[in-house]
Design a binder for this molecule. Structure first.
Ligand SMILES: [Zn+2]
Length: 383
């Protein structure tokens, strides 16, 4: 799916934090009011779009973590969400349609009340005009800010004469999509309660079509779905009726999952501006390790390496990055050895890694949202 770009093309993304200053005033009262207006949550205009820059996550207690993690189930994920994805599913194929139905049905049936929308379009490809469909699920579409998790559900197209085996694209990217569905299922109760408090910040899941090049990776033969959706979001007012803000600005952080499911992945730092969130993932990895929640995980840090800079790769985040969205790109470096081979299949997946990453990602989402799971009302243990 992905074409590597050179280190020289590596883009440093800096986000200027707006600084505010107030000119001195002889009227202390006026000064006080001005400050109040600046920082009041009732402030109108687009200042809410800056809140992502100073956002602070919650840190769940060990009891909260212990109460929520048993709700994730690797066998359920495998049978209910992953297996149906392990089919040929290039754009417009029968497998693609089946997978779309599965994703929509899963998310629509959950108690949290996801709003599931489709972004359908036709695009010219080296094989003529083909239909594409992105799927977008939003926990609360009225909330201003969104934490986005994204994956691509299409599989790379291999012409029939290459077949003898089916290309499953297990890590690329059936597993990331199944992880997102399992996250929605495992956290359903917590997200339902969280949503009922009408927070300004919500969760959005994006399943892209057409990430893969159909023939050979170029700027026009790749990223069909993400190019279309980024452009559409840039021209869609948000919140409804807004005149100066759009859906792209609603994205606090765009977390892209790709090539996940092989053993021993390491995720390096691709974007200095979001290093803090990669550090948070490492911190969660350490905490879950110390709580014996991770399996086949001998060292406290195996996966997340914020101090290890790695070059960028072309992927679905690019059309969003170009428009100023903050990116956390969770793609291993190096890529899995089975990448774009017929060995990228179920047999070569690593169950322990997937379960560990499920747990870490689920805690990350809850902490980013400050969505705290209920803890059974046992008397507090003495420390
Ligand atoms: Zn690929």
């Amino acid at each position: 799916m992905i074409s590597k770009i050179s280190q020289g093309e590596r883009r440093m993304w800096t986000t200027a934090m707006s600084s505010r200053s107030h000119s001195p005033s002889i009227m202390r009262l006026f000064y006080t009011v001005a400050i109040w207006m600046t920082f009041s949550p009732c402030t109108s205009g687009s200042s809410w779009t800056q809140e992502k820059l100073t956002h602070r996550a919650a840190t769940l207690t060990q009891n909260e973590i212990k109460s929520v993690l048993p709700r994730t189930d690797l066998d359920r994920m495998w049978q209910t969400y992953l297996n149906p994805l392990l089919v040929t599913r290039y754009p417009g194929s029968a497998g693609s349609h089946a997978v779309q139905e599965q994703i929509k049905t899963t998310l629509s049936s959950l108690g949290a009340g996801w709003q599931v929308t489709e972004d359908k379009f036709m695009s010219q490809t080296p094989y003529g005009s083909l239909p594409f469909t992105n799927l977008i699920a939003t926990l609360d579409s009225s909330a201003k800010r969104r934490l986005v998790l994204a994956c691509h559900y299409d599989s790379k197209y291999y012409p029939p004469q290459w077949h003898g085996r089916e290309f499953q694209g297990a890590t690329d990217s059936a597993v990331p999509c199944a992880m997102m569905l399992e996250l929605a299922q495992a956290l359903d109760e917590v997200l339902k309660v969280y949503k009922s408090s009408s927070p300004d910040l919500t969760l959005q899941l994006i399943f892209f079509d057409g990430e893969e090049a159909l023939f050979q990776w170029t700027s026009t033969d790749s990223l069909y779905g993400s190019r279309h959706l980024a452009q559409k979001m840039a021209s869609t007012p948000h919140p409804a009726g807004a005149t100066d803000t759009n859906e792209l600005q609603s994205i606090d952080l765009f977390v892209l999952l790709d090539l996940i499911g092989a053993p021993n992945p390491t995720f390096g730092n691709r974007f200095p501006s979001t290093m803090k969130w990669l550090s948070r993932l490492q911190n969660i990895e350490k905490r879950l390790h110390s709580m014996n929640q991770l399996v086949d995980h001998p060292n406290s840090v195996q996966y997340f390496w914020p101090n290890h800079p790695v070059g960028q790769v072309q992927d679905d985040h690019i059309p969003f990055l170009k428009r100023g969205v903050r990116i956390l790109h969770l793609i291993p470096s190096p890529f899995p050895s089975v990448w774009h081979t017929f060995d990228d299949n179920e047999q070569n997946l690593d169950r322990s890694t997937i379960q560990n990453l499920n747990k870490i990602l689920q805690i990350f989402v809850l902490e980013y949202l400050s969505a705290r799971p209920a803890v059974p009302s046992d008397p507090p243990s003495t420390v």
